[in-house]
Design a protein around this ligand. Structure first.
Ligand SMILES: [Zn+2]
Length: 89
């Protein structure tokens, strides 16, 4: 009888990832709207430009959290904000 717990690693990874995404959400400016699109993707006000309507998506990718500003800010511009808040990524 094999007792390989092949699901354990999967769940650990999943928990780790969602925590990571929450870490990013947790350091957004206090006035930011946060709209949940699904468990792995949120929409919020962009931290790299003056944004009255949430246009920044923060999503859990396969290996890291990815940002996408629909107004055109680069990943680096957005990452710079979080890097400052989190003390380096
Ligand atoms: Zn932007």
């Amino acid at each position: 009888m094999q007792s390989r717990n092949k699901y354990k690693g999967y769940y650990n990874k999943k928990n780790y990832n969602s925590q990571t995404l929450k870490t990013y959400l947790g350091v957004l400016p206090p006035g930011n709207k946060i709209i949940k699109r699904n468990d792995y993707s949120y929409l919020t006000n962009c931290v790299a430009h003056e944004d009255n309507n949430p246009s920044l998506s923060i999503s859990q990718g396969n290996t890291k959290v990815v940002f996408k500003c629909h107004a055109g800010c680069s990943q680096d511009q957005v990452a710079a904000y979080f890097s400052q808040k989190l003390g380096g990524l």
